[in-house]
Every structure is written in structure tokens, then in C-alpha cells.
Design a protein around this ligand. Structure first.
Ligand code: PLP
Length: 377
């Protein structure tokens, strides 16, 4: 387990920020890297053409270490929805087949599939909410021969339910279904390895558990899809883009690997250095340690909350870093605002209070939330 890392963040002592699943705070070194990157634009003559490539390659190399793949498999995207749309543009779905999603799946990993199903004559199949909290079994039971794509997550975002992606990946390969993952609520806080899971596409927005800035993310694209069609055509995805003087010698060829799926202006000089700095810190801490640290705080919270009538799925069916507290009575919608007045920050999603601590949280932060919950119980 890690010791508290609050000193790396600008979080006042009286703020109990237990809401990483909403948006993580940018750590001081990442803010410095991003600020320095933004300042570079004040002197554009120093932004030489090679800088359009070096920062992006560093992002790819760092992201690749985090998910255990080759840097060539990483595309730079602005959002989870962009990555999911890229996957939906490429996977093969025929009339009569189905696309599997989870109950209450996040909209960015739902609407693209709904549209693809409408356009192809396929149907959307929803893995029902498992009363026993076993999302893996719910998915495995839904993976019938008609499933062309399983569009899933590592953690179901309104319950904290954890999916065994290794088993699900195997089952998908057996029936020939493509596996597309939205890792936005897990990557950086729950160990994940591309070589173990073997997804076709996997995307993660940077601004939550990757502790990075808003509007950038990583998209893993399996080598078998490297010849696919990108969402947009831009100059820097193409072969020979390093030769700025010859860009109008149009080419059919793309740059190597997943680079063809990069968003336009992917070389963002402010966001990429901040995202890279944050991912390097995650690697230094080690994701398994981050998971254990958040997990210990959540276990303490779960047992104290149980005394006030709240419950949450138990591990390992629940991801350690992600606690969704439910009770029989409805949760007041205005609860987050009530707590915010006490400088305690959580979210309400679906019918749960979502509590998502990180390495900057203390046991005092958790105690303050429990004191508030006792008051509303
Ligand atoms: C599971 C999940 N995926 C994705 C996102 C963000 O989606 P996008 O990057 O498309 O805005 C969120 C934000 O809350 C999320 O919870």
C-alpha cells in the first residue's frame, strides 16, 4: 500500500475530495508540465516540426507501458466517445446479429452501438443488472453465437461491479465476437493488461483515474485492426508527414500502426505533457498499489456505512477503488450539494452514492463522509 500522497496535490486540508470517478485533481507536477507546454506557444519559433512527433510518441510509449502493449498500438483521442466511435466504424456487424452492452452502461459506450445496430439491422442486447452483483456471469450468459461485438467496461460505472475481462475475452474469441472496452472508470486504478485480455479496441479518457487533463485519452487498437478506417482524415496520420514542405504530395499511405486513428491536432503541446507526467507517476506508484490503497479506504468506508443502512457489493465482485453505496430508501438528489456545503465531495449516480477515493485521501476524509451519512440516515 502507498502512504498518503496528498503533498503532490493542491487539496486544502478541509476538503474531503472522494470523487475521482467524477474528475481527478491534476497533481502539481502534471500541472507544471501542462503549464510549461502551454507557455511554449508564446514562442512558436521554438516549436520545431519534430516536436509534433516527439510528444505524441512519448504519450504512446507511456500509455503502452501502462496497458502492456506496443506503442504502435496506441492512438491519441480526445474522449472515450471518439474511441468508441472509431471501434464502431471498423467492427463488422451484420443484420440479425447483436451488440452486447451492460445495463446502465455509460452513454459514450451506448449511443454509438445503438446507431450501428439501427444502421445494420442488428440488435442491441443488454446484459441485465445481476441481483447477485456478478457482472462477469451476466456477460458470459449473454455471449451467445449471435453476438458480433461485446462493448463493455472493466468496472460497471453505477455499481462499481468488476468484470473478469480475461474470462470474457476468452469467451468472445470462442464465438468470434469483437471485444471493445471503455476503461475510463478503471485504467490507472485497476491493473489491466492487453496481452491477458486481448481486446480489439480499448479506450480510456485521461481525466479520471489516469489523473490527466480533460480532452485527451488513449485508444488501444489491436494489430489486426491497424489497416482500418479512421474517423477523420488529417495530415499528420499520413506517411511522410514529417516532411512539412511536401505535405501536398498527397499519399494513400498512413503512418505506422494505430497512428492513423489519431485525432486532428493530436500533438497538443499543453495536454500531452500533463497526461504523460501523470501516467509516469501512476507507473512509479504501481497500479496494483493504487488499487490496494483506494481499496483499503473503501473497505473502511463500506463497513462504517453499513451501520447507517447503506450497502455495497463485496470484493472481488466490486472493484476495490469504486464504492457505490445503496440503501432501501431513495437517496436525495440534492445530497452532493448538501455534502459540498461541508466540503465533502461525492457523486450520486443511478440510485447510489458513488465514493471514489485515491492516494491523496486520508482516513479523516472518510470519517467526515461517514459523519455526514449518519446525519441523513
Ligand atoms: C464509464 C465512462 N466512460 C466515459 C466517460 C467520459 O466519456 P467521454 O470521454 O466520451 O466524455 C465517463 C464519464 O463520466 C464514464 O464514466
Amino acid at each position: 500500500m502507498l502512504t498518503c500522497q496528498r503533498h503532490l496535490f493542491d487539496i486544502p486540508d478541509d476538503v474531503a475530495y472522494l470523487n475521482c470517478a467524477y474528475m481527478s485533481p491534476l497533481m502539481k507536477p502534471a500541472l507544471e508540465a501542462g503549464t510549461a507546454g502551454l507557455a511554449r506557444k508564446a514562442h512558436p519559433w521554438e516549436i520545431t516540426p519534430d516536436k509534433f512527433f516527439t510528444g505524441s510518441d512519448e504519450f504512446r510509449a507511456t500509455a503502452a507501458r501502462l496497458i502492456d502493449c506496443s506503442p504502435d498500438d496506441i492512438a491519441i483521442v480526445p474522449s472515450a466517445s471518439y474511441g468508441i466511435a472509431t471501434a464502431a466504424r471498423n467492427v463488422l456487424v451484420k443484420k440479425g446479429q447483436s451488440i452486447l452492452v451492460l445495463a446502465e452502461q455509460f452513454p459514450s459506450n451506448y449511443y454509438a452501438w445503438q446507431r450501428l445496430a439501427e444502421e445494420t439491422g442488428a440488435s442491441l442486447k443488454v446484459a441485465a443488472w445481476p441481483e447477485n452483483n456478478d457482472w462477469t456471469a451476466a456477460v458470459l450468459n449473454s455471449l451467445s453465437a449471435d453476438v458480433a461485438v461485446a462493448a463493455l467496461a472493466h468496472v460497471q460505472w453505477t455499481s462499481g461491479g468488476r468484470l473478469d475481462l480475461v474470462r470474457i475475452g476468452e469467451a468472445c474469441r470462442k464465438i468470434g465476437a469483437a471485444l471493445v472496452l471503455d476503461l475510463t472508470q478503471s485504467l490507472g486504478a485497476l491493473p489491466f493488461s492487453v496481452s491477458d485480455v486481448q481486446p480489439d479496441f480499448a479506450v480510456a479518457a485521461s481525466y479520471k483515474w489516469l489523473l490527466g487533463p480533460y480532452s485527451v485519452g488513449l485508444l488501444y487498437v489491436a494489430p489486426k485492426w491497424h489497416g482500418g478506417i479512421p474517423l477523420e482524415e488529417n495530415w499528420i496520420q499520413r506517411a511522410d508527414a514529417r516532411d512539412f514542405a511536401s505535405l501536398i504530395l498527397y499519399t494513400e499511405n498512413y503512418d505506422n500502426g494505430a497512428r492513423r486513428f489519431d485525432m486532428g491536432e493530436r500533438s497538443n503541446f499543453a495536454l500531452l505533457p500533463a497526461a504523460v507526467r501523470a501516467m509516469k507517476q501512476l507507473l512509479e506508484w504501481d497500479v496494483a498499489q493504487i488499487s490496494a490503497t483506494g481499496g483499503a479506504l473503501n473497505r473502511q468506508l463500506a463497513s462504517a456505512a453499513a451501520e447507517t443502512g447503506f450497502s455495497a457489493p463485496a470484493e472481488p465482485l466490486r472493484a476495490p477503488h469504486y464504492l457505490a453505496l445503496r440503501r432501501k430508501e431513495a437517496i436525495p438528489k440534492e445530497l452532493p450539494e448538501m455534502l459540498a456545503r461541508e466540503k465533502v465531495f461525492v457523486s450520486v449516480r443511478g440510485s447510489s452514492i458513488r465514493v471514489t477515493p485515491h492516494v491523496y485521501n486520508t482516513t479523516e476524509d472518510c470519517d467526515r463522509l461517514i459523519t455526514c451519512l449518519r446525519r441523513i440516515a
